[in-house]
Design a protein around this ligand. Sequence first.
Ligand SMILES: NC(=O)c1ccc[n+]([C@@H]2O[C@H](COP(=O)([O-])OP(=O)(O)OC[C@H]3O[C@@H](n4cnc5c(N)ncnc54)[C@H](O)[C@@H]3O)[C@@H](O)[C@H]2O)c1
Length: 331
Amino acid sequence: MRKQALEVSTECELTAAFDLDSAALAKLPGHVSVFKDAEQLLKSDACDAIIISTPTHFHKDLALTALENGKHVIVEKPMASSLADCEQMVETAKRCGKLLTVGFNHRYFAAIKEVKAAIQSGALGTLRYVKGYAGHTGLSEFKSEWMYDKDKMGGGTLMDNGIHTLDLICYLMDDRVSDVSGMISTKTWQLDRTEDNAFVHLRTQSGIMGSLHSSWTEWKGYHFCVEAYGDLGMARAYYAPMSSTIITMDKPGGQAHKKRNFYIPAIFREKFKGWQSTVVQTFVEEFHDFVSLANGGPAGAIATAQDGLRSIAIPNAVYESDRDRSVVTVL
Ligand SMILES: NC(=O)c1ccc[n+]([C@@H]2O[C@H](COP(=O)([O-])OP(=O)(O)OC[C@H]3O[C@@H](n4cnc5c(N)ncnc54)[C@H](O)[C@@H]3O)[C@@H](O)[C@H]2O)c1
């Protein structure tokens, strides 16, 4: 899908590639320079930015080599398998003066944009809490074992699908998360240290609350939802299918004004071109913000390396909270 997005983008172009799977490389158009190993590509001048979309446990080493060799980097979520790896990536990007962003493309879903705009406009009053849900059917979704291997992925549902919604919650709260607690369960899939359900509570420095349920036992199939509540209203984004609801009032508990959006063109597009068409569109928008930020322009909605680091720090705090039955301070 990243490749399709590069074909559509007017700002980014696929100029070079490496994949362990040579059959995938053989399908690329003739103008793309194909490399025999990752290091050769990262050290070449065949591109000025790299998209790292490998299994998670390779993210750190590839990102460090790319940054050290003067490339800007988009790394897929989760940023890396451990917090220490993420810290090293952030530090290297800073030292090398290169841009490092993380592929939290759900920020570009139309319904999420609507919720973000409702908060920013002040229509919801003072933001008090944001809650989210992310679920899919778990192991039946996965093609490869690394996707549910704690040592490679860094965790279970929280690091896989929950991390997107966790990032959305933090993005909407737009405040530093300070306190984290949570509980995890491994009872359904019975994987070693790899949670199939996680329940998370958050509090920011200014007191905005957050909660997330992340699941690999969502038998209704893939979906996610996020809801932001202020003193004067709420805004909700749901996928799939895409929908949003905004409720506003002139005073707490006052006359409610309700607006719903069902994104009919997006639903029809997905019907004919698949859900992938929505993802491709979000990647194109993400590329736009990436280029802008790399050139010193506005960041738009893109997730920075610091956002990526936070999205790993919180699951790790949840694992600690579950183990120690504690509230963990995130710095
Ligand atoms: N943004 C999103 O919504 C989203 C969706 C799916 C996956 N992802 C993330 O993208 C990454 C890849 O996931 P996927 O589902 O595409 O995995 P995948 O297993 O389908 O594909 C991984 C690709 O990386 C190649 N590869 C493996 N090791 C490599 C290495 N060391 N160097 C170069 N290439 C290597 C494989 O040959 C394969 O083509 C993961 O971090 C995953 O979490 C993000």
